[in-house]
Structures are given as C-alpha cells and as structure tokens.
Design a protein around this ligand. Structure first.
Ligand SMILES: [Zn+2]
Length: 65
C-alpha cells in the first residue's frame, strides 16, 4: 500500500480503522467524532463518544495520526 501523508487541521486528531468484532467489516472512525459509530453491515456499535474522545469497542487495525 502506498504511504500517504494526510494533512489534518487539528494536530491531535486521528483516524482509526476499526474492525468489527462481529463480522470483521472495517470502518474508518475519527477519534474525535461526536456521534456513535455503528457497523455498516451488522449494526454493532464500534465507537461511542465519551466526553471529547470516542470509546472504541471494535478492534483497531490501523491508526493514522
Ligand atoms: Zn459488523
């Protein structure tokens, strides 16, 4: 895979690729998202917002800073 530098305006933010524990479907979740993230295929909750940082329920397979 080609390595790319993604410019992010907020330095502390990151994107996590989370693998669903139920069906192994991967989804990109923003670390500072304000909504609940659910799996596209089975509806399992992958991340929940708690304060300013989201809580990850699935497995993080990749993280981009
Ligand atoms: Zn799923």
């Amino acid at each position: 895979m080609k390595k790319e530098h993604i410019f992010t305006p907020v330095p502390k933010s990151s994107f996590n690729k989370i693998k669903c524990a139920e069906c192994n479907e991967e989804q990109i979740v923003y670390s500072h998202n304000t909504i609940e993230v659910m799996c596209n295929s089975c509806g399992n909750v992958l991340a929940k917002t708690r304060g300013t940082k989201s809580r990850i329920h699935g497995k993080i397979s990749e993280s981009t800073q």
